[in-house]
Design a protein around this ligand. Sequence first.
Ligand code: ADP
Length: 401
Amino acid sequence: MSEKYLVINGGSSSLKFSLYEMPGEKLLINGYFEKIGFEDSFWTLKINSEKVRYEGYLANHSDAVNKMIEGLKEHKIIDSLDEICGVGHRVLHGGEIYSDSVEITDKVLDDIISLTKLGPLHHPGEIAGIKAMKEVLPNVKQVAVFDTAFHQTMPKENYMYAVPYEWYQKYKVRKYGFHGTSHKYITEYMKDRLNKEDVNLIICHVGSGASISCIKNGKCYNTTMGLTPLDGLIMGTRSGNIDASLIKFIMDETGMSVDEITNELNKNSGLKGICGKNDFRDLLALKNSGNELGILAYNMFRDSIIKYIAEYCFQLEGRVDAIVFTAGVLENNAVLREDIVNKISPVLGININKDVNDNIGYGHELDEGVINTDDSSIQILVVPTNEEVMILRDLCEIVKA
Ligand code: ADP
């Protein structure tokens, strides 16, 4: 008999869900509730690539969950709630407590609540999503899949900051890394593809949020995001790594508070900070029009990716099985992929296979492929990520255990 599993991603004022049928990982329906808690809340359900839009006031995440159940019944995806065998929740921060996905017991929920200080923007919405699901499905296993968990294998020399050691001991200040579910999905995919467990990879996840992971012997060895997702690469609206003294300097110059500056660094920096455009397609259009700041933002963005590829090549002592490009920007944009490969080519001896590269991404024939030429020293691949499916797999494993 087929079984159905729900994957939930709760945001501060949003909730995304996908319902899958197993075996086969078949997506039956997904949906997105937006502006929860606002007068003009709305939601969309997508079934067989057809979208239906609804409007109505959603006071909280419980209202969204109830509308989701109504939608599942209205569209005859389920007849009864008994058909749902498990619920998997994306949770941002597992701190040092969780290095794998777990069933959400009362203790786990308390831990997630206590970790809110490390994920203040994400955890309240995620906790609301968990509580709302527990209300409607009290007897169904709920599982937390942490964005940080995959990175818990990093060695201490890679996760410590060179700040007073006490800050780590007392406050757990360290690098955690994020996008772990995506980096894990790609690592598992590459292990299968290369038929090798102890793979060495450099995984470049570049969407509006962006991070690169260094995978050594099949495990995460280093990653670019830090205590929070602000660190590392330049992103759509995040600055990436900066000199920490900048914060006090701007405070003194402008009178802004630390909270205000942190908000600027997260929401109004990165590509948007430099040229006003955070969507990569808009940035490309600006750059192609010859706009000076568009060109500058593009070059900075490209070079921040190259910088970490270089660092991780050295950390892997040159033994790299593959460099993988994934997420919205690198899955879809051949120009940036080609520019990155051409820049690392003289040192790494990799050449782009332009025919294949130009044919991968939105509006093209392929959605994945090997984009280096046969004479290259390292394989470069484009692989679409799938965080929902990774959550689904962990969920099923725990439900069946
Ligand atoms: P996130 O999950 O962090 O929101 P995504 O992985 O969905 O991000 O990536 C979003 C980014 O991908 C946006 O900057 C968008 O411009 C870019 N993107 C999406 N489609 C394309 C495309 N066809 N060409 C270039 N960039 C694209």
